[in-house]
Design a protein around this ligand. Structure first.
Ligand SMILES: C[S@@+](CC[C@H](N)C(=O)[O-])C[C@H]1O[C@@H](n2cnc3c(N)ncnc32)[C@H](O)[C@@H]1O
Length: 357
C-alpha cells in the first residue's frame, strides 16, 4: 500500500471522496482537508495519475506531525531544517527515483520562496540519499519534483509529484472549464447508458466534449450542445468534427430560455455552466434570466432526470420552478472565485420517462 495526496476543486470534498471510493475499491482515507485528500491505496501508481477529478496527485514521502495551525511562512524554513536533520530521510526517498529533481516549497497551496541556502542543503542531502549521481538537483526543467508543503490546518508533507498537467491557460479557450471540474459535473449527473444529455450553454464545449469522449469513464449517450453565440457554435462544430465525435455530439445554435426543438420531458440529464453575469451583465438581470432558464430546463427534463448546474453566485437564491427540487449543493472555488454547484432533480411520477435511445 502507498500513501497518496491529491488535490481537487475546493468545496467538492464529499463528491471527490465518493468518486475515489467508487474508482478505487478498498481505498483507505486518512485525511480530508478543503481541496485535499490523503489516502492509502494498493495497485499501480498509473491508476492514481489517471483519476480524472484530481488536479494533482503526489506520493506522501513524509509527514510532519505536531505542526500548529495558522503558522506563517517561516514554518517552511523550520520544515526544511527538520528535513536536514532527519536521519530517516534516505529511506523516505524511493529507490527507483533517478535523474534530475528540484525541491518546491508551498505554503497553503501557494508556491513560496524560502531560505535558498537551506533549500540547496536539503536538495544536496536528498541527492546524497542514493548511489552517487543517481539523483541530481536541477532547478530548470527537472525530471522529478519533490514538494515540501504546509497546510494552514497544521499539516506538513514531503511529497513526490506524480502528475504534470498541461498549462491550461495555454490550451483552454477563454472561459472554458478545466477538465477536472467538467468531469465532476458530468459524474454528478449519474451518467447512464443511452441517455440524452443536454448542455444548453455549451460555450467552447468542455462539458459536451468530455461527456462524449471519455468512453472508458462514462457510458455512451447522445450529447446535445447549444449556445446563443453563433461563433462559439461554429467553433465547437469544428472541434467535434476533429475529435471524430459527430455521432455522439450534436451542436446547434439556440437560446436556453426557448428550447422549442425539445419536447416536454424529453431529456434525461442536463449538465451546464450558464453565463455568470460578471464580465457581461445579463440583459434583464439575473433574477429574470435564471427564472426563465430554470423553467425551460425543468420543462424539457424527463421526470426523475437530473440537472447539474454551476453558478458563479453562491448566495443567489435560485428561482426554482415547481418542476425542480434541490438534491445537493456544494459551494466551491473556481480559480479563487466563489461559485456553487447545484444538483437538481425533476421529481419522478410525472408523465413517462422517454425510452433510452
Ligand atoms: C460560462 S460560459 C460556458 C462556458 C463553457 N462551459 C466552456 O467550458 O466553454 C456561458 C455560455 O453561455 C452562452 N449564453 C449566454 N446567454 C445564453 C442564452 N440565453 N442561451 C444560450 N447560451 C447563452 C454564452 O455565449 C457562453 O458561451
Amino acid at each position: 500500500m502507498t500513501t497518496y495526496l491529491s488535490t481537487f476543486t475546493a468545496g467538492l470534498g464529499v463528491p471527490a471522496r465518493r468518486a475515489l471510493e467508487e474508482r478505487l475499491p478498498g481505498v483507505r482515507i486518512e485525511l480530508e482537508l478543503d481541496g485535499l485528500i490523503v489516502y492509502e491505496a494498493g495497485g499501480e501508481t498509473a491508476a492514481i495519475c489517471n483519476l480524472p477529478f484530481f488536479n494533482n496527485s503526489f506520493v506522501v514521502l513524509k509527514t510532519f506531525p505536531g505542526l500548529r495551525p495558522e503558522r506563517g511562512k517561516e514554518i517552511l524554513d523550520e520544515m526544511l531544517a527538520a528535513t536536514l536533520r532527519d536521519a530517516d530521510l534516505p529511506r523516505s526517498i524511493p529507490g527507483r527515483l533517478k535523474g534530475t529533481f528540484r525541491l518546491v516549497t508551498a505554503w497553503s497551496n501557494v508556491l513560496t520562496a524560502v531560505d535558498r541556502d537551506l533549500l540547496e542543503k536539503v536538495e544536496a542531502r536528498i541527492a546524497a540519499s542514493g548511489p552517487p549521481g543517481r539523483l541530481r538537483p536541477h532547478r530548470g526543467r527537472p525530471a522529478h519534483e519533490l514538494w515540501l508543503s504546509y497546510r494552514s490546518e497544521g499539516h506538513g508533507f514531503l511529497l513526490l509529484r506524480l502528475t504534470r498537467h498541461t498549462a491550461y491557460e495555454k490550451v483552454l479557450e477563454k472561459g472554458e472549464l478545466r477538465p477536472e471540474l467538467a468531469w465532476m459535473l458530468c459524474w454528478l449527473s449519474e451518467p447512464r447508458e443511452g441517455e440524452l444529455v443536454l448542455d444548453p450553454f455549451c460555450g467552447s464545449g468542455a462539458i459536451p466534449l468530455l461527456r462524449a469522449s471519455r468512453v472508458a469513464q462514462f457510458p455512451r449517450g447522445l450529447v446535445l450542445a447549444s449556445d446563443l453565440d453563433a461563433a462559439q457554435v461554429e467553433k465547437l462544430k469544428t472541434r467535434v468534427k476533429h475529435a471524430d465525435l459527430r455521432r455522439r455530439v450534436v451542436v446547434r445554435q439556440g437560446d436556453a430560455r426557448h428550447l422549442s426543438r425539445y419536447e416536454d420531458g424529453s431529456i434525461h440529464k442536463i449538465v451546464t455552466d450558464p453565463p455568470w453575469g460578471i464580465f457581461r451583465e445579463l440583459e434583464e438581470g439575473p433574477e429574470t434570466f435564471y427564472r426563465e432558464v430554470l423553467a425551460e430546463l425543468g420543462r424539457v427534463l424527463a421526470p426523475g432526470g437530473l440537472l447539474v448546474i454551476l453558478l458563479a453566485r453562491p448566495d443567489f437564491p435560485l428561482p426554482l420552478p415547481i418542476t425542480l427540487e434541490v438534491v445537493e449543493s456544494w459551494p466551491i472555488l473556481v480559480s479563487g472565485k466563489k461559485a456553487v454547484v447545484h444538483k437538481l432533480r425533476k421529481p419522478p411520477g410525472t408523465a413517462g420517462v422517454p425510452p433510452a435511445c
